[in-house]
Design a binder for this molecule. Sequence first.
Ligand code: ADP
Ligand code: MG
Length: 379
Amino acid sequence: QQPGDGVLLSCPCRMLLLVNPQSGKGQALTLYNSQIKPMLNDAGIRHTMLPTEHQNHAREFVKGADLSQWDALVIMSGDGLLYEVINGLLERSDWEEAIRTPLGILPGGSGNALAASIHHYSGASPVFGEDLLVSCGFLLCRAAVFPMDLVSVHLSSGQRLFSFLSLAWGFVADVDVESEKYRHFGSARFTVGTLVRLASLRIYRGRLAYLPAGSSTVLHRGAPLPVQSCPSRNSNNSVTLRRTEGGPPDSLLPPLDQPLPDDWVAVREQDFVLMLAMHQSHLAEDLLAAPDASLSDGVIHLFYVTAGISRAALLRLFRAMEKGTHLAAPCQHLVHAKVRALRLEPLSPKGVITVDGEVVEYGPLQAEAHRGLARMISG
Ligand code: ADP
Ligand code: MG
């Protein structure tokens, strides 16, 4: 995180807490009452608690809300509810303003990867479950706001969405989906899911390409601009910059059915076990997938594992990921690259792709990092 960032919210501040009563083990409301409410009251933070009633409730709510009433929107759930809120904010006609609303996260779900990342960035040693909740509660009370990267994702149907955490295909996406039924285990659902999926390891054929992080090429000049200085009119590139619906324009991606520029790296067509693109450090509370990621490095940490890896080696890799040491021990089937954009073309007829742990349509996809597009209360 850069010096000069980390703006403190003005006091007294007003927060809206969106709590998903069904997330994780179904204890979010109880934990709100026992842990968070007293903490916020002691810190003198005025807040309104709104329990979500159904899927997409939070998304529709933030799309239509008068955001000027609150200094921050806080999500107490898993990563799924924050995904709704971020996409809801970017669907507004005033998205440039709306996406700068400070956001907060309190881990109440079974997949609390962003909460774990934020705790990690604070420099504290790892904690889990209720201890992680308390740590994130303290960070929330400190109310220091930092920029956070978002990644724009294009699907083959033409749909565009925004991701704050991860894109996954193959092993990790399969575990994400299959472990939904172990949600009542809390974050242990991923450990159980990983062991089950290892027992019947699958491979997927596909093509992958990426633009390395060092590259300076811009396909469409003038965009994207840093949010802080994004003009809405009177620029030489007014055609691109005037677009006001649905988030900032992408500058690195040709249409999904068009060839990629020469400075992209094409990985040869082959069989993969997994593709995982991480925008933050943690894939789950206990999986430090991208140890050197930070909140707004502007980088997508791309990992892929090619076919031929043994079950034992894959298990070792995930065990090492618990401590974030998987990149230190050499594994010839694991590749890591820091990228600004990527394109994935799955060729196996069936499979699962997830964005921030949520299933999206299966097919070709491409993505581009937007540095510091959102604002997050962090350590
Ligand atoms: P978890 O980590 O436990 O999966 P998430 O935050 O990812 O927690 O939430 C899971 C899903 O629950 C999200 O897709 C969200 O839209 C949905 N949801 C939100 N509120 C409710 C509710 N009251 N009942 C059922 N589902 C809900
Ligand atoms: Mg979830």
